[in-house]
Structures are given as C-alpha cells and as structure tokens.
Design a protein around this ligand. Structure first.
Ligand code: G3P
Length: 232
C-alpha cells in the first residue's frame, strides 16, 4: 500500500498525457478535452509502422500539431553522449513542444545536463529506483518517467516508488516533474494522483476507464425513465 507524500514539490494539478504514437487516439483524447501532452517511445513508433528518419520527423510534427499547446516526448535512439546530443538537437528543432526523451544511463545523464544548459526540455526514461530519480533531477531533467506497470509486473510496488520520489523531490526542492509512466489501468491513474505524480501518461483506454461506475449508469437510466414517464 503506497504511503501519501509529505508534500509535493510543484503545486499544479496533475497533467494527463497519452502514451501512444497513434494519431487517431491522440485526436480522440484531444477532442475529449483532457489532453495535456503525449509521450512516445521507439516501441510505440514501431507499433504504428513509422520508420525512416523523414517519416519519424513528420510523425512527431503531426503529433505536435494535434496536441497544440502541450509537451510531446520524442526518444533518442543513440546511447552515446555525442549521438544523443546530435539526435536531440534535430528532434528539438521539429517543434517548440518537443521534449527529448533520454534513457537513464551514464551518457544519458551527461546529455540531460547538456540539454538543460542549452534550454532543451528532457524526459529521463526507464526509471526504476529513487537513486536514479535523484541523478536525473540533479542533471536538470524536465520530466522523470518511473515505469509503474513494469515494476508491478515483477511483484514490486510501482506506487511506492512514486511516493518515495515525491517525498524526495519535495524535501530537496527539485523541480523535475514526476511523470508516472507504464500506467496500465484507471486505478494506476488514481493512485499516481494520490502519491503526488505531476503527470500520468496512459493508454487512452485507461483514461476512459475513469468514466465508469455502475451507479452512474443506473442513476442516469432512472433519471431518463422518470423524465419520460412524466413527459409522455
Ligand atoms: O511510457 C512508457 C510506457 O510506454 C511503457 O509502458 O506498458 O510498455 O510498460 P509499458
């Protein structure tokens, strides 16, 4: 059971990102009226069949155009410092809302530090420990992506990690935003909000699952039936 954080370092309402490269789903989330941003990763891009540098760049631009005002994470493929900087500069030039997503490895931390010094937003991905979260924040990452679902998959508690990072960031006054990732279901979203995540990034069906309650359906059916009875 996750504990509540002592405090949260950035007091803004939790943002909703959608974790997909599927343009139709991004449009649907936008039209639903709750979309604050998008995260992608190489697996999600491959799932949509987006290959080749030009197509990938165009796809990121298309995503940015749908989102409008809101951050869009685009992940580097390089794993060495120079390669990440080169790719990150190209990605950041696509649109002012692009956030360069960088893996939690030694050269990734060096790259985040460089991007931060050069005014480029970053998302440090593949986070599975509090120690990693401290390093990413020290390097100045804009966002930090702990992978909740993948931690739960090995029968650890992903939400414990969100709580722990939330406490550390508040105590240390780090302004890196905790972006709870690998969210798999509506309860993950509720728990992430409770544990102090600044952002959740989710599949569309996890967001839509928040709508559901049988008493809502029963109540609405009764309201409509009563209205029909008295108006017929
Ligand atoms: O944001 C990271 C996410 O795409 C990973 O999710 O479900 O593959 O663990 P999942």
């Amino acid at each position: 059971m996750a504990t509540l954080p002592i405090a949260r370092s950035t007091f803004v309402p939790m943002k909703f990102f959608i974790d997909t490269a599927n343009l139709a789903q991004i449009k649907e989330a936008k039209e639903f009226g709750i979309l604050d941003g998008v995260t992608t990763n190489p697996s999600l891009m491959a799932k949509e069949g987006i290959t080749g540098v030009e197509n990938i760049m165009k796809h990121y631009k298309d995503i940015c155009n749908i989102v409008g005002k809101g951050d869009v994470s685009a992940e580097v493929i390089a794993t060495d410092f120079e390669g990440m900087i080169e790719e990150g500069k190209i990605l950041a030039a696509i649109d002012s809302n692009i956030v360069v997503k960088v893996p939690m490895i030694k050269d990734g931390i060096k790259a985040i530090s460089w991007f931060t010094a050069n005014g480029i937003k970053t998302n440090c991905t593949l986070i599975f420990s509090a120690g990693q979260s401290i390093l990413a924040a020290k390097a100045g990452a804009t966002y930090l992506s702990p992978f909740i679902g993948r931690i739960d998959d090995i029968s650890w508690d992903g939400m414990e990690l969100i709580s722990q990072i939330s406490d550390i960031y508040a105590i240390q006054d780090f302004d890196t935003q905790i972006l709870a990732a690998s969210i798999r279901n509506p309860l993950h979203i509720v728990k992430a909000a409770e544990c102090g995540a600044h952002v959740v990034t989710c599949p569309l069906d996890a967001i839509m699952g928040l709508l559901n309650h049988p008493l809502t359906d029963i109540g609405l059916a009764k309201f409509l039936a009563d209205h029909k009875k008295s108006n017929s």
